[in-house]
Write a protein that binds this ligand. Sequence first.
Ligand SMILES: NC(=O)c1ccc[n+]([C@@H]2O[C@H](COP(=O)([O-])OP(=O)(O)OC[C@H]3O[C@@H](n4cnc5c(N)ncnc54)[C@H](OP(=O)(O)O)[C@@H]3O)[C@@H](O)[C@H]2O)c1
Length: 110
Amino acid sequence: MDMDQTRILIVGGSSGMGLALARRCLEEGAGVTIAGRGEAKLNAAREELGHPAALETAVVDISREDEVAALFARIGGLDHIVSTAAAIEGAYRLLPEIELEAAQRVVESK
Ligand SMILES: NC(=O)c1ccc[n+]([C@@H]2O[C@H](COP(=O)([O-])OP(=O)(O)OC[C@H]3O[C@@H](n4cnc5c(N)ncnc54)[C@H](OP(=O)(O)O)[C@@H]3O)[C@@H](O)[C@H]2O)c1
């Protein structure tokens, strides 16, 4: 697939499935912005992914509306947005072991 000239925002692109998707999109020639809360994690992903001319990073917490608005105000036009972000800490456990707050955080972040 030729993704030349395509601009993609991947929220959650600093690890897991978002990182894998970012790698694939960069290989196909897209311009990619990966976003997440942790700057160090984003920088590590940047090192790992390469393609410095086509890759940007953005620190954002998508559970904060003001941060989301600021991101879109500065990022400019996009062709695609993908979000794999979710606060899954403590949520992948046996049902009786899941704290209600952990379950609520997953739903709210998604
Ligand atoms: N991996 C699996 O086997 C699997 C299976 C079924 C479903 N899923 C679902 O697929 C999604 C992604 O899974 P994954 O394994 O790729 O997860 P992951 O490796 O934990 O990656 C989550 C990404 O989202 C970012 N993130 C989390 N909360 C955020 C927030 N509030 N604002 C902005 N960025 C945020 C994280 O960076 P920071 O922490 O730095 O913000 C990270 O880049 C999740 O919704 C998960 O429930 C995964």
